[in-house]
Design a protein around this ligand. Sequence first.
Ligand code: SF4
Length: 297
Amino acid sequence: MKVLVLFSGGLDSRLAAKILEEQADVELINFILPFGQGCCNSHCSLNFSQKENIRLNIVDCTKSKLLQEYLEIIKNPKFGRGTCFNPCIDCRIFLLKKAREYAEKNKIEIIATGEVLGERPISQHSKAMKIVEEESKLTGRLLRPLSAKLLEETEAEKRGEIDRSKLLDISGRSRKRQIELAKKYNIEYPSPGGGCLLCEEEFCKKLEPLLSNKITESDIKLLKVGRNFENNNIVLGRNREENEKLEEIKKEHKNLILIEPEEPGPSAIIKNKKHLQQAQELIQKYSKKKIEKFKIR
Ligand code: SF4
């Protein structure tokens, strides 16, 4: 019996993989999302997969068609948003639909997640979990081993392919039992929470004006760096690291214009020459010395 675990890299999904490994052939699927998803990066996920010898598939949603599909749910979430722009229920549906497609192509019968009933206010209460299951066309096929005994039996449990007695009944926000299980399985894990920029008010203020237009890969990279002006049309580095980051973005996106002062000071990226003068004035404003010359490329 093969199981595909939706793997964020956090403790819960690590435990889901370890619990199911005792009775199935487990594969992991990790999605890199454009605005982050909290738990850990793909490097950290890769470490877990190598250490535990569990196959990991990484799906990059920061580019091309998947990026545009993901942005569409941020613009028009069917099930609403959380405290900021985070469309958590739609986001889970998106991930599970993609996981289902992968599972179907690879003849994997069961999809599992590390979800815990009542752990997260928006997406992990029973009504939301049911919606996610139905909308991703996984009714009866989505196994949540950490809370399985508190949820309806899945088809695989009914058929006896998965032994329900070996699954758990964890609920709520306390992570005590998960931490005990991590000790039992001797697994390391990253600290919980944080990471999804869609939950951050300041970031969402920058993102909001862009939502009515087509958002590109470079728009998203620029939103994550430095000081933004004119709806992300002028971006200034705040330190050397961010200046270097802007240079990297310019290398990857030749259509952008990089402005570098010849004296120490912030670099800037603009998308259109009409912002050149304003960008130079802003560079001057945030520089300690008078800037005589700029390098523009
Ligand atoms: S916090 Fe919500 S929107 Fe952000 S990655 Fe998690 S489920 Fe998706």
